[in-house]
Structure formats: C-alpha cells, structure tokens
Design a protein around this ligand. Structure first.
Ligand SMILES: NC(=O)c1ccc[n+]([C@@H]2O[C@H](COP(=O)([O-])OP(=O)(O)OC[C@H]3O[C@@H](n4cnc5c(N)ncnc54)[C@H](O)[C@@H]3O)[C@@H](O)[C@H]2O)c1
Length: 297
C-alpha cells in the first residue's frame, strides 16, 4: 500500500521541531492561512522568542503575501504532544547528523501515519536520517531560505520518498506563500544552497586573506548585483555557527576546500559573535536586528 496523504488538512496543525532562526520563521509561514502551528523546543527561552516573533511578523507577512486570515503559533514543551494530529512536521534542529537521526526516529513513531516528515537541514540529504524510520516513504528534505523575505524552497527525496508525497508538497506549499523547486537527483546543498555556499566561501576567503573587509565586500555585492544585503550581512542573519556547521560538512565531503573561510568563522564564533541572534557578528546589531556598525573596521 502506498503512503497515505493528508489531503484533508482542515483542523489539523503543522508542527515545527526547533524554534531557532529558521524554525520560528517556518512556523510563522504555516500560520499564514489560519489554523494552528505548534512549535517544540527544549529551551523555554527559544519557545517564547518564537511565539513573540510570529505574533510580530504574521500581520505584515499575511498582508504582503496576500494570504490570510492569520492563524496562531503555539509553543509546546513536549514533542509527542506537538506532533499529535499534525498533517506536516518540519524539523529545524541544529545541523548535527546524529541529532537529526534521533529526532526522525522519534517523529516517525509519534506523528500520525499520514503526516509528512520534512527536514530543513541546509546540507544533509534526508537519506542520512532514515535509519530509525519505519516509514521513509513520507520523509523528504524541504529546505527553506529566509522566509518571509526569501521564499524559494528546495524539495528533495530521501531516496525512498513516495513520488505522490513530493507532488503533494509541490502542490500545497504555494498556498502558504512558498515556492518549491524539486532537486532532481541527490545533491549535498540541493540547488541554490550550493551556489550560495560558493559565494559565502569566496567572500570569507577574500576577507581571511586580508584582501578586503566585510563592509566593502557587501557594498560591492549590493552595487553589482542589486541585492538588498551583501554576503556578510546574510551570513549574520543565518548565524555564523550554522554557516560553520554547513561549511564543515562540505569540507568533510571535499577535503580540497580552503581552510581560510572556516578559520575566519571560528575567530568570530570564539568571541561569541554568532550574528544577529547574539547581537553581533560581522556587524553589531541594534535590538531590531539592523546593522549598527561593522566590527573590526
Ligand atoms: N539559519 C539559517 O539561515 C538556515 C537556513 C536554512 C536551513 N537552516 C537549517 O535549519 C536548521 C536549524 O537552523 P537554525 O539556524 O534555526 O538553528 P538555531 O541554532 O537558530 O536553532 C536551533 C534550535 O533547535 C533547538 N533544539 C536543539 N535540540 C533540539 C531538539 N532535540 N528538539 C527540538 N529543538 C531542539 C535549539 O534549542 C534551538 O532553538 C539547521 O539544520 C540549519 O542547517 C538554517
């Protein structure tokens, strides 16, 4: 028998596992069409920050994307309760393979049998987390970028994903203002994240070698490509610890990658400068997350 699909989503929540930079944004996006999104995180502080973020960001997101009426994002301190009755569970825990493996094993046992289990991992193929999953037909990667500003999405099979599950995600996610693109064969970094990895790496290397500064690279990038932010501002938004985890993974697969980018990231992380989420990274941030002044300039 094929994997059942959650065709009737009415009255069923979405669950998000992990309430950090991305988890709270993903939760907020799935609350743009009414209904409830439950977000689970072991940290009470992160749970509260996620609920506060959603309450603040939802009205403008619903208005700007022409969605609505807005639903609600609720925090949960219990994963099994968070996924009860859910039609979709999106995992957004730290980029650690063993943790993802454990969490997918738990979600497979706890979630309803027709619930889709999706990973927001930035660089790991979901094929690598299904060892403890009895029903891998419903597991896949759904890689978000920075919603609500950047709403493209990479969608990739775990190798055993039922094609109807991929089609369902491609059909239903646009209801929430998201734009899914299918990755047509397994690829570390999916589609656009591979291209972004190359931009990040070379930007970091240019600064590591003392050729330029984060501010000048960002200024040139914005002038030349017409973007609102440069790569260092974008990395600060992502979180420098997350950027390092991802680059470590690429380097483990490809040992010929230069070490400068990772050394520069470790230098900033060692000083507690993790980016917007810690109040400082390549730039210093006011409480509203806007850059105040570049560090080290
Ligand atoms: N930051 C980005 O721009 C970005 C973009 C796309 C994808 N991702 C991916 O999303 C995932 C999360 O990244 P992030 O930037 O949100 O990280 P983050 O460090 O901001 O947040 C991770 C959250 O997970 C929580 N957590 C830890 N263990 C947990 C567990 N067992 N169950 C539930 N929650 C747990 C932490 O308390 C924290 O709140 C990673 O796989 C990352 O690669 C991040």
């Amino acid at each position: 028998m094929g994997q059942p699909l959650p065709e009737d989503r009415s009255g069923r929540p979405v669950a998000v596992i992990g309430a950090g930079t991305l988890g709270r944004r993903i939760a907020m996006m799935f609350a743009t069409r009414g209904g409830t999104v439950r977000i689970f995180d072991p940290s009470a502080e992160q749970r509260q920050a996620a609920v506060d973020y959603a309450a603040q960001a939802l009205p403008a997101t619903v208005r700007d994307l022409g969605l609505g009426p807005a639903g609600t994002v609720e925090a949960s301190d219990d994963q099994a309760r968070a996924v009860r009755d859910a039609w979709l569970v999106v995992e957004a825990v730290p980029e650690k393979l063993d943790l993802k493996r454990k969490v997918f094993g738990q979600l497979d046992a706890e979630a309803p049998e027709d619930a889709i289990l999706a990973s927001n991992s930035s660089s790991y193929a979901s094929r690598l987390f299904i060892d403890e999953v009895a029903r891998p037909e419903r597991v896949l990667n759904t890689h978000f970028y920075m919603p609500p500003a950047t709403n493209a999405l990479d969608v990739m099979s775990c190798g055993k994903t039922e094609p109807s599950v991929i089609d369902f995600v491609k059909r239903v996610f646009p209801d929430y203002g998201l734009h899914p693109f299918e990755v047509r064969r397994e690829s570390t970094g999916f589609i656009f994240n591979r291209i972004w990895a190359a931009i990040k790496r070379e930007s970091l290397e240019v600064v590591y070698e003392g050729v330029s500064t984060p501010q000048d690279v960002d200024a040139m990038f914005k002038l030349n490509f017409g973007t609102k932010a440069g790569p260092f501002q974008m990395m600060d938004q992502v979180g420098l610890d997350v950027v390092l985890d991802i680059e470590d993974h690429y380097a483990a697969e490809n040992p010929s990658l230069p070490e400068g980018p990772r050394k520069l990231l470790r230098e900033y992380i060692g000083k507690g400068r993790l980016g917007v989420k810690s109040g400082a990274g390549f730039y210093d941030y006011a409480k509203d997350g806007k850059p105040q002044e570049a560090w080290g300039s």
